[in-house]
Design a protein around this ligand. Structure first.
Ligand SMILES: [Mg+2]
Length: 380
């Protein structure tokens, strides 16, 4: 009798639609759109852990006129090839083509596709289902493993699934961070609610986003500038602002900058593994703007800009300066901005906001595999 103890294998049962790709019926190449950070997260989990990757997916009615097999197989193969090219190899693939009304024992949340994993070779107590529906979490419960609910439905978790779900999240980064016990991979986001007599602001940002969402202030030019910040920083942002616009724009611009600055500061946490410094020189028609930023915890602010005109439409150009100064103080960052004199004032402002956003994107970027604080003091 051999005395050798072999460790039981751990498995990640991974759903496809809503988890790897966004669409639920991928029947053309155009419909392949990947969930943000899925490559980064799965590549790191694959590289740094010994979980087996097992796909478990319902593909309703493949082979019927509504979803012909030929329309399914091309995109499905492409998805696996693309993942494989990034080092994300599936050890086993299980796809069920039945329809809900077929009541097939193979179809999730029934366990027919993966019953083979109920053996001593595998450790279900250390295995997980990653899915976007409560039925995926039911599958986890039925397998006696646990589950990550990614981009799942709104609303309360059914009582009988509470013990099964270890994490409800909108980001693959949180799943990777959990599985690898690596805080530095965590999804960086923040929510700020700021209410004063002058403004009411609710703002959420995700600095690992893709540049989606809007902050709406009802000041059209300012909204246009904030759109530039969201797009060019690639932060996701959602903000609703009620300001005392009957007085003027001042409080609204200032308080949005303060809320955005504290949101960025909160999302950065202890700033481990970030680049810290960012810079950009950005040309826009008749102007060139420069921005340098350092998330140093010191709010030094230098603004070397002269606007040609005091107003852009009804928006006072002095508020551009005020926005950046307020941001710098709330985010506790050194911020330098300059622009070529004599340009169209709209261009000057827009170039500054874009340069700021792009510089910030560089500064908050994480350096893969390096979770040190970028300071010889060891703290920022
Ligand atoms: Mg799904």
């Amino acid at each position: 009798m051999s005395g050798k103890i072999t460790e039981r294998k751990k498995v990640l049962f991974i759903d496809r639609d809503g988890v790897i790709v966004k669409e639920t019926q991928v029947d053309s190449f155009e419909k392949i759109e990947y969930i943000p950070h899925v490559f980064e997260a799965l590549r790191e989990i694959r590289r740094r852990s010994d979980y087996l990757f097992v796909m478990v997916s319902n593909q309703d009615g493949v082979g019927t006129p509504a979803f012909p097999y030929e329309d399914y197989i091309g995109p499905a193969t492409r998805i696996f090839e693309t993942l494989g090219g990034e080092g994300i190899i599936f050890d086993d693939v299980n796809i069920d083509f039945s329809l809900p009304e077929d009541n097939s024992p193979m179809r999730k949340p029934s366990t027919g596709m993966i019953d083979g994993y109920r053996s001593d070779e595998y450790d279900m107590s250390k295995s997980f289902v990653i899915g976007d529906r409560f039925t995926d979490m039911e599958l986890a419960r039925n397998m006696n493993c646990r589950g990550f609910l990614l981009n799942g439905p709104e609303g309360e978790v059914p009582k009988d699934l509470e013990d099964t779900i270890v994490l409800r999240t909108s980001s693959w980064l949180d799943i990777a961070s959990y599985l690898l016990s690596d805080e530095s991979m965590k999804h960086r986001c923040a929510e700020i609610n700021r209410n004063t007599k002058e403004t009411e602001i609710s703002l959420s940002i995700d600095i690992d986003g893709t540049g989606e969402g809007r902050i709406e202030t009802k000041i059209p030019f300012f909204d246009h500038m904030l759109d530039q910040v969201v797009r060019h920083s690639r932060f996701d942002a959602k903000g609703e602002v009620k300001g005392d616009l009957d007085v003027d724009f001042h409080h609204t611009v200032e308080d949005v900058a303060l809320a955005l600055g504290s949101a960025v500061l909160t999302a950065l946490g202890d700033k481990r593994g970030i680049e810290r410094y960012g810079f950009e020189v950005l040309m826009m028609d008749d102007t060139v703007a420069t921005c340098a930023i350092d998330f140093s915890s010191r709010p030094e602010f230098i603004f070397d800009v002269e606007f040609t005109f005091p107003y852009i439409g009804s928006f006072p150009t002095e508020l551009v300066r005020h926005f950046f100064r307020s941001f710098s103080s709330a985010a506790r960052c050194n911020l330098y901005l300059s622009a070529r004199k004599g340009g169209d004032s709209h261009h000057t402002a827009e170039a500054l906001f874009k340069a700021f956003a792009r510089a910030m994107r560089k500064a908050v970027k994480r350096i893969p595999g390096d979770d040190r604080v970028q300071s010889t003091k060891g703290v920022l």
